[in-house]
Design a protein. Sequence first.
Length: 957
Amino acid sequence: MEELLRHTLTARSTDTDVIHQADLENCGIRNVKLRDYQLCGVSWLNVCASQHRGGILCDEMGLGKTCQIVAFLAVMLQRKSLTSILLVCPLSVLETWIDELKRFFPSVSFLVYAGNQDQRVTKRAEYDPKSYPILLTTYELCINDQEFIASFNWEVLIVDEGHRLKNAESVLYDVLLQVCRKSRFLLTGTPIQNNLMELYNLLHFVAPTYFAKKGRSAFVNYFNSQDCSDLATRDAQLATVLHPFLLRRTKHQVLLDLPPRIDLIIYHSLAPLQKKIYRALLTRNIDVFSAVVDEERGTTRSKLPANRINNLLMQLRKCVGHPYLFDGLEPEPFELGPHIVDTSGKLTLLDLLLKFLYNPFAKTQTAVDLLIGPVHKVLIFSQMTRMLDIVQDYLTLMDYNYERLDGSVRGDDRFAAIRGFNQTQESFVFLLSTRAGGQGLNLVAADTVILLDGDFNPQNDLQATARVHRIGQTKPVRVIRLVGRDTVEEAILSRADAKLKLSTRILGTTCSSPEDPGAVEDLGAVLKFGLSRLLDQEESKIGASDCTLKPDLDFTQILGETDVKTWHWLPPRANSFSDHLSDWVVLTDSAYKCELTDEDLKVVEKFKKAHEELVEKERNQLLREGYQTRAQGTIPSVKLNGVDPTSSARLKPQPTAQLAERKVNSAEATEARRQKNLETAKQRAAAKLEKRMAWWKSVGYSSWSVFREESPTDVNPNSSLEVDDDVFDVDESLNETEADLVPPDVYYIIGDASEPLQHFNTTTYPTPAFVCLTVDQSGSWPEGGFFGALARRTLVPKNAYELSSTMEDLILGDCHLIPVFPNTANNSVTLSVRTFNDVLLIADNASQRLPVDINFCGLLVAQRHSRRSQSSGDPPELLLDALERSLRSLGKACRCLKQCSVHVPHLGHGSRSFQWYSVERLLWKHLVKRNRVPVYVYPFRMPYLYHPSTPYRPYLA
């Protein structure tokens, strides 16, 4: 350590090169005045670069690290105009970086390396560091296109959300380490996520000369020692080592004008169904508990099965969240209703909380004033996207406006959701997954954060809450954790707090706690916590009413009052800070901790004995039936090709030059094979298309597919109409020529989605009606559900679907439009008009009015058929890419008519990887927003909530 200390003294930053605001303006910085601490940050970055090393800018989230980096890049480019800079960030914040560069550094030329494969090929061809000194891209593309990224000698590398590189064995870490050999900088608000090993990996990345790989173990062992006798000395030495390479400022230190933030916990109990599931999970996994008990006694013979414990912990967390996170517990057929709230203590509490946040003045207002709201805008975070699905159903039930962002939401939709929430007062709730929505976003329009569940890594929760409490926030903030009383959630919160203590000691941002950071690291302790109290409650409340889940909470006393004029939070009354005020509220201004009790261990013993009795009973039953049992033996060592995989022998490493040459040759060969395969595939597709066209012509078959996107040459052979996709963003008055038309939007209504197919003269919605559903390529029409309802009205779609399959005309991404006529229609018309193109030929050229009554059944080929799913009875998988192509074609068809409407059931419901939010986004994007077509969704029966004429607008354009 003494050598490391001496070495780092040579990297001490100086104050001789202080950068001022005027210097930045001379470098091209505009539209921003940096604060003093930000100018210090730019100066520190400049010193690091001048010493040909990197650094970690780890200011607390929300202190403006992005604008500091933009200013630093301006300084670098003025010092050396030909500097090549690679800026890598998560996809979710790519748009933010683009906006910040354009706004603060308008004179710089930069290239955004993103998009699909064809777009990236074009950008690779046009990129020149002399023309574009900054290349902005994402983590994923650095890995996928590493050959292109590594072909340039980058002088500066900037990695946003740099804690992504905490694992030195990851592919991204290795790729970025190789592409830039000079100055590497990381931006992160949480440099210490779990342990010192991860911090050392970051230090090695930015300054490998000072923090070599071989010194990692010594560094971690020395500074992570549990010897308290010289703890102060080691902490001082650690601060000395980190000072030149790590710059950390907190909001409390530099943002004295930032509105206050209050963190608190609100407890909830479990609903009766949740308690039954909780107990069943513990009973079913008694072997895990046996290992826990044995370890507690010190009599364990084998290592505790951590993977089994982690799996059980996840199941218990799901149970505390909502029972419907388990398959098969939702009522069938599913209907939105109060049961979503009543079956979960967490949703019950969330329901009460959101009603208060929507309008905290409800108790003091007259009936006329009750239309006010939403008063407080809310971010809701969860670790599980399925939990977000349930909350989304609840928000739909309550008719709350919301946005959503998780890993399934695509780039353009991400930015639209963020803009919609920040710029629209009607948006009440923003649903976010902690991992996807907790990095780099600016959501200061909200003033309240609700964490439905905690993360084992507390830094993820901190990242999430920093989306609100940051520069630009003008309102006081409340951060609320909903925690299940006496469940694993309490123990997880305590375990996370121990990790925060480690970060606190190293970064020195707050007062450290004398508690041992490793005291609650045992996952078994997390499992055992609260068992006795939870099960005592279950036994004492058998038969109790669900109303016990709805206590009379005074949220005004807990959270504070709201200013009537500004709608800002006011400071809560002093007595609300008392831990004894309510069994439901605890503020987290001090270290949080939970402890095991002897009663918890006794309950584990009780479970173990009950399980042993059950196993013995089943064994005796098997013996009576004539079965034989045998004890498990040891698993022999397995050898592959004569080599024991458990052997410590390693292959001799090859020289670096040889590896590099093999890598280049392999990449060239791979690219050549890829090009050859593409050419072969095109030739085969052309031959197949020609053969298919000849077959169709010989039998007189006409395809129902419209605007097929299979390939540039593979279009609908019967289509006489081609539409350029760019046209669809021009005419904003489309489909709005009559005042009595329904405004384009997504409407959730009661009824049968197949019914509009036989309504030809109605004023309820624009006609013709397109009744659409998703199908696979099998050609097998299901008998039940919506398919059965459709077949009972008319067999035309079923027959067309089966014929299309016979003619090999079902391609993923297709949209087949089958005309449906009234029973009284003229036979000559029905025989001459078979396809959508035939319909356009008889339409009036000027008004596009149709001379006959007609509707359409749209078959969206967006589900992948597989024999495995068919044999198991599972619905085919819904492919969002194929669905988007289908809806794009449907939108083009709708645009060809003067007016129309689209009617759909819950598309893809029940299929694997089903995510209604993504489907809903595609409907909005391609039908409502782009083509101004009203869309009616018939997902479930809600007679007490919706009326067919009442629209639900989850998004605002």
